[in-house]
Design a binder for this molecule. Structure first.
Ligand code: NI
Length: 253
């Protein structure tokens, strides 16, 4: 069975839900066959270790734990190291969805892969993606987050604060002085509505770059693999830049 881009025509309800809530999910972005082959490529990439990657393309988002194991390893631009990732149907389909949400000028903005090791994979803290980006621009972008196995509450599925994309970027801070991950400076309190989105393998969530999101720790006995594809329309320069003092200088913003 194939899933073509034309199969992923969003309904009026889905488009309205994305603009209202700042996120959406689809039960199948690609086929089980492609998910199985992506899983193999993905595991081979993470098995190579950080030395196999250019500076900045293999980052520890969390902390290395007491036993020396990474808790939230990320690979940026994985398609540079595994060219078989360039032509995947999942990206063709994700781009088709991005154009329905952002307009025809939407284009790929790069992929990344975040692995959550079994039993000790750290939570991805609450954050807005735009908090990582250049404060000199206003950004319009989405991330398509596709798990390569089922994503559950136990292994760290995505969670969102509905409507949070409609306000600006809130203050963030580094989770740890040595880490490359940001978290919101003011914790999300229990009275704030949040929606967890479990998914089958090869499904996806889609979120706006200002939507507050989080993924829990991996307490299951299997790796939680997420493959994330970004899409954007060209950013608009601001007359007065935002002030994002939490950013690290080596991010080059
Ligand atoms: Ni994010």
């Amino acid at each position: 069975m194939n899933i073509s881009a034309t199969d992923l025509r969003l309904s009026e309800e889905q488009l309205a839900a994305f603009h209202r809530d700042g996120f959406l999910h689809l039960p199948a972005l690609t086929t089980p066959e492609e998910v199985a082959s992506l899983r193999t490529v993905y595991d081979q990439l993470f098995a190579r270790g950080s030395a196999a990657f250019a500076d900045g393309d293999h980052l520890e988002l969390g902390k290395v734990d007491e036993s020396g194991q990474e808790t939230l390893p990320q690979i940026l631009n994985p398609e540079k190291y595994a060219p078989e990732l360039v032509d995947i149907q999942a990206r063709v389909n994700a781009l088709a969805v991005a154009r329905q949400l952002l307009g025809d000028e939407a284009m790929p903005a790069g992929d990344h892969a975040i692995s959550k090791p079994p039993a000790h994979g750290a939570p991805t803290p609450w954050h807005q993606d735009e908090a990582y980006w250049s404060p000199a621009y206003d950004h319009t972008a989405i991330s398509v987050w596709m798990p390569l196995q089922e994503a559950t509450m136990q292994n760290g599925c995505m969670q969102f604060v509905p409507g949070s994309h409609r306000s600006g970027v809130v203050p963030h801070e580094l989770v740890d002085p040595d880490a490359h991950a940001l978290q919101v400076a003011d914790p999300i309190t229990d009275d704030v509505e949040r929606v967890a989105v479990p998914l089958p393998a090869g499904g996806c969530t889609i979120h706006h770059c200002r939507t507050l999101h989080y993924a829990g720790a991996n307490t299951s006995d299997g790796t939680r693999r997420a493959y994330i594809m970004g899409f954007l329309i060209p950013a608009t320069p601001r007359d007065r830049p935002h002030h994002y003092p939490w950013q690290r200088p080596e991010w080059g913003n």
